[in-house]
Structures are given as C-alpha cells and as structure tokens.
Design a protein around this ligand. Structure first.
Ligand code: TRP
Length: 462
C-alpha cells in the first residue's frame, strides 16, 4: 500500500475535504430543513451539533483513515477485525444510496443553470409551479442526472490528485464571492428583515424532539461524516499533516457556507411572500425571484452563474461519495479502477431513478410508504434511513470502535503525527473526551429515539 497516491499538499487535502463537505447540503438542504424546523432555534441546535459532536467525529474519521491507509471496510478490518469491518460495509452502502438521490438533486441544479442561461426560466410568473413541473419531467431529469453522474465518473477516474483537488481549489473561493454579493442585494429587498428575524431570533417554543434529530442528521450530512468518506480521504493524507487543524478548517468552511445560504434564502422567501416550510423545493422556488429582480442579461448571468457554482459544489461532493465504493472494490476486490468507476456510476444512476420519480412523476414512488402520520415518498424514505438515521448511527459506531477497540491512546498516537503534543493539548483532551464519553451516549440515544418515533410499529407500504 506504499504506492497509495495521496494529496499533493496540505491545502490539497483541505480543499478536497471542504469540497466534499460543501455542497447541496449547505445550499439546498440546510435552508429547507431550517425552514421546516422553525428557523433560528434549528440553526442554534445545528451549530451545537456541528461544533460539539461533528468536529470531534471528523477528527476520528480522518485519523482512522490515515492510520489504516484503506477504504472504510479495509480500515475497520485492519485496525479492528472482520466483524468491525461490517460498519465499513454499512457505510459503503449508505454512500451508494445517498449518492443515488444526491445525484438527482445535483441534476436539478445543473438543469436550472441551463434553463436560466439558455432557456426561459426567468420569464416565468410562478416559480413554484415551474419547479413542480420541472421535477416531474422525467426526460429532463434523466438527461441532467446522467450527465452529472458521467462528469463525476470522469473526474473520479482521473484519481485523487488530478481531478478532485484541482476542481475544489479553483471553485470554492468563487462560491463565497457570489454568496456575499447576493446577500448584500437580498438584504435591501422589502420585508427582508422578517426573514432575518426568522433566521436569527430563536423561538424556543418551536423546539421539539424532531428538531434535534433533524439537526444532528443535517450536521453529519453537511460535514460528510458517518459513512467513511473521510476515512477514504484520510487515507490519502500525508503523515506530516496536522489532522486537527485541517478538520477545523473544513468544519469552519462548511458551517460558514450553510450560514450564508440561510442569510440569503430567508430574506428572499419573506420578501416574496412565500412560506419557509415548503421542503425540498425551497431554494429552487425562492432563488429565481432574485435573478428575475436583477433582470436582463445581468440576471441571466448571475443566476446562471449561481446555479453553475451550486452544481460544481455538488460535484466535489458526488466525487467524494463515489470514491467510497470505488476505493472498496479497488482495494479489497482488486478491480481495475477505471472499470470500477464506470460500473458503480452506472449502477448508482439507475438506483436514483425511483428518487427521481418521487416528486410527482409516479404516484407509486411519490406516496411510497406511510409513517410519522403521513405518506412519504421513496426519496423521503432513503433520506430518512440513510441520512437522518444512518449517518449519526455511523458516527455512533465509529466512536464505539475508537473507545472499545482502537482505543483513544492509539488514535492519539496517530494524531501526534503532524500535531506533536496532541494528547496534552486542550484540543486533544476535548476531542478524546467527546469521542469516548459524549458521542456514544448522545448519538446512541438519538438513534434509539429516532427509530422509535419514526418507525415504531407503523411502516406500511401503499
Ligand atoms: N456534505 C455534502 C453536502 O453537504 C454531501 C456529502 C458528500 C456527504 N460526501 C458525503 C454526506 C459523505 C455524507 C457522507 O452536500
């Protein structure tokens, strides 16, 4: 495994991991989750989950990957044994399932770029109706998500240095620039203040148990934790690097983009008289309004540019998701890399089709199951099982693994490389404490309560 090709530099790893973290989770999912869960109170819980739990788990994941120099299954097997390896396999399955629906949404973003720049999206009168028709249009969805998966595959074929790093380094800074510009504009709109208040002034009466598990699921999803993507990326990072500070930068980048996305979306939603709790369509309905307001060729360019950047942010995330099963088949099954990438990409694209049909195109997939008192689509089910429940569960199992099998002193030794004095530093004490005592308890409890609440006895098909 000495020849495992790694990132060329520290900035390369940070850019790639931040590229993985920053994506649709920040700009599409975070605003609609916040909108559905009462605004500022959700924001606060999400920040707490990210900083108190997410960050230490991220350090643990990267450390495990670097120690083992392997994919998630290989990592748990080498550092633990075959039984612990099952955690890695679960993570690989979750990567496949999450990528299957993520790719569909990435296709929407890509399609919006095309329709704004070259089509008539911005002359519409009702963006909500437009979105509804758009997601139910199977032909367009198939094409855009197929193209998106193909681009992902091309980059993953080129491997870590060639593709993943280069794409991330270039485009991340651009995303900040356009976000800041749009926020400045959005805040001048009428009623923008109401949106800011909804987003930043907490109303704790809106808190309930659902807020907590949604916030935890969102924190894990957004940081790319819980299924081994960062084990995989960690396996490519040099032993000379400081994993703790790298993880801190990635966490900061991720949180800041999510925070800024909220600061853009809610003023828009309120200035356009929409409701913040409309679900997955939120940003696709709210954002075109601002570009229409800018108007003319400027509106087209800025609007097209925004969705293009969103698609690129999604691309650096789909890359990291596809890399998970690919590294497994290449490492463990000795498949040739190129063939593995194309087989996986094709299979995952097909697996995404039921999710694609979940927003009105097919009644069967749109009202696929019944739980929590309502009909849920296939898309909802996958999101709940593999993201909201699965990722924190993955974090729970990782921390059990570190606490009982790998042992924190061994993890600390790995972290001392690149961070001499880790064990006695404040950061080291904090991270080890959270991983061994806080995480198993908190994440275990959340897992149990969530499963009980969502599925206890009531999972009917039809
Ligand atoms: N974090 C990405 C986003 O916010 C999605 C993602 C990429 C992901 N890789 C992951 C989520 C691994 C969980 C695990 O858009």
């Amino acid at each position: 495994m000495a020849s495992r090709s790694g990132f060329s530099s520290r900035i390369g790893f940070v850019a790639a991991a931040a590229g993985s973290a920053v994506g649709l989770g920040n700009i599409w999912k975070f605003p609609y989750e916040t909108g559905e869960n009462g605004g500022a109170a959700f924001l606060l819980i999400y920040l707490a989950c990210t900083i108190l739990i997410g960050f230490p788990v991220m350090v643990g994941e990267i450390a495990l990957g670097r120690q083992a120099q392997a994919n998630p299954y290989g990592a748990y097997t080498k550092v633990g044994d075959k039984n612990w390896g099952l955690i890695g396999l679960l993570g690989i399955l979750a990567a496949v399932m999450i990528l299957s629906f993520y790719n569909v949404v990435a296709g929407w973003a890509f399609g919006y770029f095309v329709q704004i720049t070259f089509g008539d999206l911005l002359v519409q009168e009702d963006f909500s109706a437009y979105f509804g028709n758009y997601v139910a249009n199977i032909q367009d969805n198939l094409i855009y998500s197929l193209v998106f998966m193909a681009i992902t595959a091309v980059i993953v074929v080129r491997g870590i240095q060639g593709g993943i790093e280069a794409a991330s380094k270039l485009l991340m800074p651009l995303l900040y620039v356009i976000l800041f510009g749009l926020i400045g504009y959005a805040l001048t709109l009428e009623n923008a203040g109401e949106g800011v208040a909804f987003y930043l002034i907490p109303d704790f009466r809106k808190l309930n148990y659902g807020t907590v598990y949604s916030a935890m699921g969102q924190a894990f999803f957004s940081l790319s934790l819980g299924l081994g993507a960062l084990i995989t990326y960690g396996s490519y990072i040099s032993k000379k690097e400081n994993v703790v500070s790298a993880a801190a930068i990635v966490t900061l980048a991720d949180v800041s983009v999510a925070f800024l996305a909220g600061l853009l979306i809610f003023p828009l939603v309120f200035s356009q008289g929409q409701t913040p709790s409309t679900g997955p369509g939120l940003v696709f309905v709210a954002l075109p309004g601002i570009f229409q307001g800018i108007g003319g060729i400027g509106g087209k360019l800025i609007g097209g540019g925004f969705f293009l950047l969103l698609a690129v942010a999604a691309l650096t995330s789909t890359i990291s998701l596809l890399e998970v099963p690919v590294s497994y088949f290449v490492d463990e099954r000795k498949w040739p890399r190129k063939r593995t990438v194309w087989v996986m990409a094709g299979a995952i694209f097909l697996l995404g089709i039921p999710s694609m049909l979940s927003l009105g195109a097919s009644d069967f997939f749109t009202n696929f199951v019944y739980y929590e008192g309502t009909d849920k689509s296939f898309f909802d089910l996958i999101d709940d099982v593999f993201n909201n429940i699965g990722l924190p569960l993955g974090g729970f199992l990782l921390t059990l693994f570190i606490a009982f099998r790998w042992k924190t002193h061994n993890m600390s030794k790995e972290l001392e490389l690149g961070f001499p004095g880790y064990l006695n530093s404040l950061a080291g004490k904090y991270i080890n404490f959270v991983i061994v005592t806080v995480c198993p308890f908190v994440l275990g409890t959340i897992f149990l309560l969530t499963v009980l609440q969502k599925f206890f006895g009531v999972l009917e098909f039809g």
